[in-house]
Ligand binder design. Structure first.
Ligand code: IPE
Ligand code: IPE
Ligand code: MG
Length: 237
């Protein structure tokens, strides 16, 4: 079994972590950032190629204005605070999602951070922000339709491989392992196309309590999976 090259995580449970302690939800998100730091560092050490984190879904904008604006502020301060440390650890950053929703300052800081880290060769950290799997498939279809209208691509050229090239994770290895914390057993419009053959791992641990040991447990579980991809090693019928 090969170790996972690409791990994706639905970091869920920040609000419940805070509620259990009678704290405002934002304190759960702040504590969640600490878990992100530890997990990113650990993935770097393990030699994982890509870590994709679901930070804000396209549906999360429908939460209260207060929570959304606090999340934007937190995203901005984390981007600013962490960029030098990420650089020191040779981490490359890629932000995926419909960033148009974010205040101009957040968009610019995100662009600057990605540019600063662009030549790093260690872990690629992908942050999915205002991201939805359905949005990603729709934006890929839109790009292809525009190219077809310009006669740059013909309908016959559109297949699984060519379509994949228009998705946000086109340049990353296939997602081997998808983790969701907090006990929910759903995808919540995270990666859809990319998880066709990913191994899924669900844990009741709330995201702020997730740590390197929990990640090791998920990888250990992955290492025991029999990934068949629809085939059989035993060719006899
Ligand atoms: C995940 O935690 C973080 C975001 C969605 C931004 P939640 O905020 O969804 O926490 P719960 O699910 O309410 O506990
Ligand atoms: C998914 O969690 C989004 C993120 C973790 C960023 P949600 O808390 O938004 O998902 P639902 O509402 O429980 O499906
Ligand atoms: Mg949630």
């Amino acid at each position: 079994m090969n170790p996972p090259k690409h791990i994706a995580i639905i970091m869920d449970g920040n609000g419940r972590w805070a509620s259990k302690r009678f704290l405002p939800r934002i304190q759960g998100h702040q504590k969640g950032v600490k878990a992100v730091r530890k997990v990113v560092k650990h993935c770097g050490k393990l030699g994982i190629e890509t870590l994709t984190l679901f930070a804000f879904s396209s549906e999360n904008k429908n939460r209260s204005n207060e929570e959304v604006s606090l999340l934007f502020k937190l995203f901005l301060s984390v981007l600013k605070q962490e960029v030098n440390k990420l650089n020191k650890h040779n981490v490359k950053l890629k932000i995926i999602g419909d960033l148009g929703l974010f205040p101009q300052e957040v968009q610019q800081t995100a662009l600057d951070a990605q540019a600063l880290l662009a030549n790093n060769t260690g872990l690629t950290l992908v942050i999915a922000a205002n991201y939805g799997g359905q949005w990603d498939i729709a934006q890929a279809a839109q790009q292809i339709a525009k190219r077809a209208a310009n006669n740059e691509i013909s309908a016959d050229d559109i297949n699984i491989d060519t379509f994949s090239q228009y998705l946000s994770l086109a340049d990353q290895p296939k997602v081997d392992l998808l983790i969701r914390t907090s006990g929910e057993l759903r995808i919540s419009n995270f990666l859809l196309w990319e998880i066709a053959y990913s191994e899924l791992y669900f844990t009741d641990t709330l995201w702020p309590d997730f740590n390197p040991a929990e990640l090791d447990k998920a990888i250990e579980s992955f290492n025991h999976r029999d990934r068949r991809f629809g085939e059989r090693k035993d060719k006899a019928c």
